[in-house]
Design a protein. Structure first.
Length: 742
């Protein structure tokens, strides 16, 4: 029960408190109104207080106007009234003035009211900042002039007390005002300090926010930068991948191109190989077809069975010929299969025919064997007797006339040794020629190009290129690496590469003689200079050159091959130097032109040396070989048109050097040629073959008649020509041909 009574007392006390007297309405929350909105609003005067203040101010002004007037008969009531007037405004002033603080006794001591008062004071200070020291106390009236007091002592005392009270009240009010002002100043300072601190905190907060924003912005930028760098790295990696892919594709494309080029080269090489095989098959088919023809000695007219063999053989030959004409340079596998089937069929025909012939021959063998043997023996005896008679007559005639029908033994031995060396070298390089290895084939082609192309570049107008050509050939033969066709090659890459290069180079020199020199006689000198220099440094090339030259032009030995028994006419013509092919034997003019070119090149090589070589080393094939060749030619029976042509070409090129070397002996030899040997040439030459004979005759007549003058001129010209090196080389032919005009 005691607790119950205390509870109600507590509630009653709370109701009587300042907070408990606050009004609260339930509809504030529904209307969205703030219960503390009235407490936070700064205090202000109502419109009625403004009217009251205006009335009071007008009353005070009237009272002030009435005070200075002298009133001697003023009653104590009036003085009290006047004193009361002064007291009323002061009592009104104290609570009504917004600037005058309330006395300390009026403070309720409640924290909420103090906070509200402080906030109201802050608002009042802000609103009334321009006039902080406004004093609403009535202005004291000007002191009246001294008058004589007519009041009683008690009234005077009362008036003095009242005045003292007023003074005290005024002093108290002034003290309270000063105290209030000090409090307000301190409060303003505290508020300013607090606001300054709050402003600092706010600025710090703003700076913090700015830093945070800046940091977040920097983080975002850094993140974006990292992302951008990451994207760039990804793009870079992708680009590198693309580049790698492109490079890979390019390499694959290049490899594909190289493979295709290699396949094309392989195809061409295989095509050329198939073409050679095709030609060989065609040749074999033609030879087999000849075997199908009936022998004239045994059968005059072919039988029916034999005619069918011949017809079928001709059909197969026509079929092979059509395939050869249709294929061109690169026959296909189908073409090869066709011609191989034709070859097999032709072989089967030949075998069948041979079997039939063998059977027929066996039937006739017993009947004709003895007769055939007797006939052959008779023919052989007749031929031997005829050969013996012709040999005896030729020997007797040669002994009578002092001429030979063949070269001497020393010359023939030298010729055979050269041919044996050439054949041995050809056997050595057979491995390279017939190889199936692609690398060896490539090396063979590159070596052949490196050996033959520089020689093909030599012409009558080569000039300064001769040194370059010579250096290339010397470097190749010396085993040093040489760049040819963008590839470095050397003879050390294969055991037989040096033999192959030497063989092909010598063959190319001879070929240039029968083609280039035959068409342009002046080209013999630059080619001969290079060939002589190579011969001096690499003697094997010179030996192979002589072997090829003697094989293609046996008159350079000199050597006239004899017709042996059982030798075919075509083979004999090949030995004489003629070109024999399917079309037949070459024309005589073409034959003489080729022989002339090779003899001119040989004569130029004999007399010339490489100008940059070692002068202490003797010439590898000096002028004594020219004298030997010329003497051997004059000791052999002349051949129609051939001997005159070769003598003229040899003397026109090498005559000046022989004249300079042998002097009087050379002129004796020319005189012998003109007086004794030339009539023999005329005797065996027909009227349609007199062109070469006339040229030789004019040459001999001019030189022999002017021998004294030419000897003197040559002595002068030798010094000039040797001083001019290469120019003198080319002038050899011009000078010796123009001695008569000089």
């Amino acid at each position: 029960m005691a607790v119950e009574s205390l509870r109600f007392q507590t509630i009653e006390a709370l109701k009587n408190s300042s907070k408990g007297q606050l009004k609260y309405y339930k509809d504030w929350a529904e209307k969205g109104e703030d219960p503390l909105a009235g407490c936070n609003v700064s205090p202000s005067l109502s419109p009625q207080s403004e009217i009251i203040l205006k009335r009071l101010s007008s009353r005070v002004s009237r009272q002030n106007l009435s005070l200075p007037s002298p009133t001697r008969d003023a009653s104590p009531a009036q003085s009290e009234a006047s004193l009361g007037f002064h007291a009323v405004p002061q009592s009104l002033e104290s609570p009504a003035s917004p600037c005058t603080p309330p006395p300390p006794s009026s403070s309720t001591g409640n924290d909420t009211s103090d906070l509200q008062t402080n906030e109201k004071q802050k608002e009042d200070d802000k609103n009334n900042a321009p006039e902080p020291n406004v004093d609403f106390s009535p202005v004291p009236a000007s002191s009246p002039p001294p008058t004589i007091s007519l009041l009683s002592p008690k009234a005077t005392q009362m008036a003095g007390f009242i005045r003292m009270c007023e003074e005290n009240q005024r002093a108290q009010a002034k003290a309270q005002l000063n105290l209030r002002q000090e409090l307000q100043v301190r409060m303003m300072a505290a508020v300013a300090s607090r606001e300054s601190e709050q402003l600092k905190r706010y600025e710090e907060l703003m700076e913090l926010k700015q830093r945070q924003e800046h940091q977040s912005m920097m983080d975002m930028i850094e993140k974006e930068t990292q992302e951008s760098l990451g994207r760039q790295e990804k793009l870079k990696e992708e680009q590198q991948k693309r580049i790698k892919i492109l490079n890979l594709r390019m390499r694959e494309a290049e490899q594909q191109r190289l493979r295709e080029a290699e396949l094309e080269r392989q195809r061409q090489a295989d095509g050329r190989e198939r073409l050679r095989t095709l030609n060989a098959i065609q040749e074999e088919v033609l030879q087999l077809n000849q075997l199908l023809e009936p022998a004239t000695s045994t059968q005059t007219a072919p039988t029916t069975d034999h005619a069918s063999y011949i017809t079928r053989g001709n059909q197969l030959c026509s079929q092979v010929s059509e395939v050869v004409r249709a294929t061109g340079d690169f026959p296909s596998m189908e073409d090869m299969s066709v011609v191989e089937r034709a070859l097999q069929e032709m072989r089967s025909l030949v075998r069948a025919l041979q079997e039939e012939k063998a059977q027929a021959e066996e039937r006739r063998k017993k009947e004709q064997m003895e007769e055939e043997e007797r006939r052959k023996q008779a023919e052989m005896q007749a031929q031997q007797e005829a050969q013996k008679k012709s040999a005896a007559l030729s020997k007797a005639k040669a002994k009578k006339q002092g001429l030979q029908t063949n070269a001497d033994d020393c010359t023939m031995k030298f010729y055979k040794d050269l041919q044996d060396a050439s054949n041995q070298c050809a056997q050595f390089i057979e491995d390279i020629n017939n190889t199936k290895d692609m690398q060896t084939k490539k090396l063979r082609m590159e070596l052949q190009k490196a050996a033959t192309i520089p020689v093909s570049q030599i012409s009558s107008t080569s000039g300064s290129k001769l040194r370059e050509v010579f250096d290339k050939l010397d470097k190749l033969l010396s085993g040093r690496p040489l760049v040819s066709g963008g590839r470095s090659i050397s003879v050390s890459q294969h055991p037989q590469a040096l033999n192959y290069v030497s063989y092909k180079l010598a063959e190319k020199f001879v070929k240039q003689g029968e083609e280039e020199v035959a068409s342009h006689h002046e080209a013999a000198f630059p080619i001969a200079v290079v060939a002589s220099g190579i011969w001096e440094l690499h003697p094997k090339v010179g030996e192979l050159f002589l072997a090829h030259l003697h094989k293609k032009c046996p008159y350079s030995v000199p050597y006239y091959p004899a017709m042996k028994e059982g030798t075919l006419l075509e083979d004999y013509q090949r030995k004489l130097g003629y070109r024999v092919d399917a079309a037949g034997v070459e024309a005589q003019d073409s034959f003489l032109k080729r022989m002339s070119g090779m003899i001119r090149l040989y004569a130029a090589i004999i007399q010339l040396r490489w100008p940059h070589g070692n002068k202490q080393v003797p010439h590898p094939h000096s002028l004594n070989h020219a004298w030997r060749w010329l003497a051997q030619m004059l000791n052999m029976e002349p051949l129609a048109e051939v001997t005159a042509t070769l003598l003229f070409d040899f003397l026109e090129v090498c005559g000046y050097a022989l004249m300079n070397q042998y002097q009087g002996q050379f002129w004796k030899l020319l005189f012998l040629l003109k007086e004794d040997y030339f009539p023999r040439i005329e005797a065996i030459t027909s009227t349609d073959q007199m062109g070469a004979v006339i040229r030789l005759k004019q040459f001999l007549e001019v030189r022999v008649q002017k021998n004294c003058l030419t000897v003197n001129l040559t002595t002068i010209r030798v010094e000039i020509l040797h001083a001019s090196n290469m120019a003198g080389i080319i002038m050899h032919q011009i000078f010796f041909s123009g001695l008569l005009e000089k």
